[in-house]
Design a binder for this molecule. Sequence first.
Ligand code: GN1
Ligand code: MG
Length: 367
Amino acid sequence: MQENSNLKEIVAQFIGDSKEIDIKPLGAGHINDSYKVKADEKEYVLQRINHYVFKNVEQLQSNILRVTMHIRQKLMDAKVEDIDRKVLTFLPTKDGKLYFQDEKGDYWRVMDFIKDSKSYDEINPELAYRAGLAFGEFQKMLADLPGEPLFETIPNFHNIESRLATFRESVAANKVGRMVEVSDLVNELEARADEMCKAERMHREGKLIKRTNHCDTKVNNILFDKNDQVLCVVDLDTVMPGYVLSDFGDFIRTGANKGAEDDQDLYNVSLDLAIFEGYTKGYLQNAASFLTDVEIENLAFGAKLLTYMQTVRFLTDYIDGDTYYKISYGNHNLVRSKAQFKFLKSLEENFDKMQEIVLNTAAKYKS
Ligand code: GN1
Ligand code: MG
């Protein structure tokens, strides 16, 4: 953790000097570092933006500003109460910028902390239903974002063809000699590669469109209030154009897994169909009206694709010697890869049921 006195100076760039200030680490993101700041009774979130991952912080923050302003306007138009807890508010620096770059070259931002909020790593079908409504609403609100499409804050972020190309380079380079351990898993992934590239093919053929997506719909990126009602969607770094099946799929990957993303006990890892059903119902209740048939028909595939993609990404990082994701122990990325692959197999076993749930639910909410 960064020296606290440094952090205080950084916070002062956004809120000026405070009489009393307390700064503690917050959350469990794999990329950025987050801190909770309490300064003279007000609470904030301070984040160091990982600029090795997000190479253009200016564009990143400009996306986030456009997205939060647009949502705020929608909430105001709809006369929603308590708007400050329903959309993130970023603070400008003394110089009017949305980030501060320190002398080491690190990038920082500050947002208001949303009071009395919590997030879950494990949820139940009712909460999944509410999360589905929230992500459906999020896409709906951003459907008419004016102006140019958002920047791709990470180019080809959810493009599996590009992820596989990188993966294959890492396999061939075998930089740290870990290939012997993982060759079976590599073969399993290669056996599915063609199927998984289906979305990119459909896009090229003009059949599958891109919309403004969240692109990190992890279950813990939804904030709930003390009565378990959804407040808002957070972690907007990757909001960018993408396929809706990606957002649907990433929630199922994280929210509908009976085990953890990095479960060491693969016995724990499998699909919870009731959560799948809850999320599908919430999501389609808000989204069925604007989705195309092709988008709907591929939502369940999205769950497989995003789980597959995450397996590929964790395994690539393991083979490269752990340069991207924060890890807590030596073979953490390998454990993550195996747990994700086990979840993929569970999705494959349940695929027909998932597809049936999606199609039946869509029929109910369409028109
Ligand atoms: C990263 O930092 P976090 O936990 O919000 C990653 C996601 C992955 C996720 C895996 C920018 O998200 O794409 O799905 O880890 N974010 C980036 O848990 O790579
Ligand atoms: Mg994230």
